[in-house]
Ligand binder design. Structure first.
Ligand SMILES: [Zn+2]
Length: 228
């Protein structure tokens, strides 16, 4: 159901703090946005992501750049907001975060680093369950700010994997191994991959491998929050 129709039936409240929202608040209140643990600057967020990859995948690092808006902490406002975005049907939040992310990346220049924006795919049964893929909504919004092609037709999620929450790095790797495969379409050389929350990077790494097996050479990464 569309968010604007939902709001006819449910009070329009901020999922981060429960306060009532004004019509122009875009699904989240300004107090919550300023309470999130934002990275000081784009480079600092990229450095933290690169560090996570170096730690977890010493032989498989990112070939492009990386960006995250916030640091993720358990039980804070951001976690509640992201939960609402993923599981409670508040898909419009993905649009807002995608715009923030796109503006952050646009502010760094380096337009030639990527030619298209690709979301981490969700298995079609999960899309059916939730009615949307939140990474796709974020990625569409990023692509629109950056004026790049949005491509959700390059990688397919063939395995219905259990949730990654609560799993160790090794368990996560096992869980997503071979979960993704190239769709068979020609893959551009430089890609900006988008995921909602980055924890160990296992999922992103599996998608990256699928894209690289079809000729992608420079893969950058953008995410709302870095938990690792
Ligand atoms: Zn709030």
């Amino acid at each position: 159901m569309r968010d604007d129709i939902l709001h006819l039936f449910y009070p329009c409240v901020c999922p981060g703090c429960g306060s009532q929202l004004y019509a122009d608040a875009e699904g989240i209140c300004p107090e919550c946005i300023s309470a999130f643990d934002a990275f000081g600057d784009a480079d600092a967020s990229g450095y933290a992501i690169m560090e996570l990859f170096r730690r977890n995948y010493p032989d498989d690092t990112l070939s492009g750049k990386a960006w995250a808006l916030y640091r993720f902490h358990k039980n804070d406002r951001l976690q509640r907001v992201i939960h609402a975005m993923k599981y409670e049907g508040v898909s419009s939040l993905g649009k807002v975060f995608g715009r923030f992310l796109g503006e952050m990346i646009a502010g760094c220049g380096g337009d030639d680093l990527y030619s298209c924006v690709v979301p981490v795919p969700l298995h079609r049964l999960k899309v059916f369950d939730r009615t949307y893929n939140q990474s796709e909504i974020i990625a569409r919004s990023v692509a629109s700010v950056l004026r790049k092609d949005f491509r959700n037709d390059l990688v397919v999620r063939k395995k219905y994997t259990r949730s990654q929450a609560g799993l160790s790095l090794q368990e996560r790797l096992r869980n997503v191994r071979d979960a993704f495969e190239p769709s068979g379409r020609a893959v551009p050389k430089s890609i900006l991959l988008v995921d909602d929350v980055l924890t160990t990077g296992a999922t992103v790494s599996a998608v990256k491998n699928a894209l690289e097996s079809e000729g992608a050479e420079h893969i950058s990464l953008a995410t709302i929050a870095l938990a690792g």
